[in-house]
Design a protein around this ligand. Structure first.
Ligand code: SAH
Length: 436
């Protein structure tokens, strides 16, 4: 006998709160969806194969192509479709992505919701209001929209003072781009919305890469203050939207632990952790990155902060893997090392190669660390879980013959929330480790 669907089971569970039950569409609507008859119009629809509504009932916002049995109503890229379970019950309102493996991304699980400009104005306003306490004169930068975790799959927006940089990476986000830009202006009062929709994932969505001003005009210099430290942000050419905002709290952890330490900051980009270490009283900071442009900005950032002693900083343009080996061979040592490499494993398919790369640099870092030295080590790879990352680092310590303790688990700041129904949002993991 066929298993009853979760929705049917839910209907029979005594004592369930009515509001908690998956809501059924009116009978006529179900009939329309099933038979494609004209009649009650629910617009374009994606009909799921039996059992494939399960993840949506858990409020996970992605519908993979394999879960969809049939699409009706000929939706265009980015159009809103009603996602309907095989038993005819409503599952979600979602944006349709005809070329992506993630064929639909959910805007709302509320059958009554209307996906219109007002919906996006409300959602953006709510996200911005939640971040308001994170901004003041000493903190002028932060993430305003964090994709799925803010109910807006494929939409990221970062605030840098008066400039908001928006990135749309899904067909649905693309469809509502102008509305989102207007909503961001209204919610933040920013003078400029700049678009950096140039992430590679756009190609998977069948979208062209695009960047440029959407609203207002971009100042010649975009400058921010983070924890009282000034930085310039290159929103036009910089990595991501220009700055690694997700490391804000962790730069502060490094700052609080840097006093009187000789610090090595690997993968320094525009100097975030380097300046934080100097502000925290590091005696010296050696920073390594392979990008000459990033290093030039890092030097410039240091020069912007008169209170920091630039003579304590050394900038090295090199490949970290090679540089660590030559430092080890030269017998160099440090009292604190920061390892914040780029995403070695964007997806689980890259995990094995990435694991070797993480192990390599962490092993070398343990060798370069003095006894009592601190290692702040990170992975921003979606394909590497926190548990696996800790195992890799433990293996590195073992092979380096180092005893070590984890003294803190680190993650992205409060402006990068992780929705409980979207564990994939938990991409940044870090460990603060003390070598015995
Ligand atoms: N910690 C930085 C962000 C690091 S982003 C911050 O807080 O702002 C990763 C950096 O690694 C980039 O700047 C990139 O240029 C650099 N990078 C990537 N591969 C590298 C390699 N093999 N050697 C050195 N730097 C590398």
């Amino acid at each position: 006998m066929a298993q009853p669907s979760p929705a049917a089971k839910a209907d029979r569970v005594p004592g369930r709160q009515p509001g908690r039950q998956p809501r059924r569409l009116p009978r006529e609507t179900r009939a329309v969806v099933r038979s494609s008859n004209a009649g009650l119009d629910i617009g374009p629809a994606a009909l799921l194969a039996p059992g494939r509504e399960k993840s949506l009932r858990l409020r996970h916002p992605w519908v993979f192509s394999g879960a969809i049995e049939r699409v009706e109503g000929n939706p265009a890229s980015g159009d809103t479709v009603t996602v309907v379970a095989a038993d005819g019950t409503f599952a979600a309102h979602a944006a349709y992505s005809p070329t992506s493996q993630i064929r639909a991304r959910v805007w709302s699980f509320d059958p009554q919701a209307t996906i219109d400009a007002a919906f996006f104005m409300r959602t953006v306003a709510r996200a911005a209001a939640a971040r308001a306490p994170l901004f003041d004169t000493a903190h002028t930068a932060g993430r305003i929209l964090h994709g799925e975790s803010d109910g807006l799959p494929g939409v990221v927006a970062d605030r840098y003072g008066d400039v908001v940089v928006m990135q749309c990476t899904s067909a649905g986000a693309e469809r509502w781009r102008d509305t989102l830009a207007a909503a961001l202006t209204e919610a933040t009062g920013a003078q400029c919305v700049y678009e950096r929709s140039d992430a590679e994932v756009r190609v998977l969505e069948g979208l062209p890469v695009r960047s440029g001003v959407i609203k207002g005009s971009l100042p010649d210099v975009v400058a921010i203050v983070e924890d009282g430290i000034a930085y310039r942000v290159d929103v036009v050419h910089g990595q991501k939207t220009g700055f690694y905002l997700d490391q804000r709290d962790n730069r502060n952890v490094v700052r609080r632990n840097a006093r009187d330490r000789r610090v090595l900051n690997a993968f320094c980009y525009t100097g975030g952790f380097s300046l934080a270490a100097l502000a925290g009283g590091a005696t010296s900071v050696v920073s390594v990155d392979s990008s000459a442009d990033a290093l030039a900005m890092a030097r410039d950032n240091l020069a912007r902060n008169a209170s920091l002693d630039a003579t304590r900083a050394q900038w090295v343009e090199a490949d970290v893997f090679a540089q660590f080996r030559s430092m080890r061979d030269a017998g160099a040592t440090f009292d604190m090392i920061v390892l914040d490499p780029p995403k070695f494993a964007p997806t689980a398919a890259h995990a094995e190669r990435a694991a070797r790369a993480y192990k390599d640099i962490n092993l070398l870092a343990f060798k370069l660390l003095t006894a009592g030295g601190l290692l702040a080590t990170f992975s921003c790879s979606g394909g590497i879980s926190a548990e696996l990352f800790q195992k890799i680092v433990a293996g590195a310590a073992l092979d380096a013959d180092a005893d070590a303790q984890v003294i803190a688990h680190l993650t992205a700041g409060a402006d990068h929330p992780v929705a409980l129904n979207f564990p994939e949002g938990d991409y940044l993991k870090g460990l603060l480790i003390r070598k015995a």
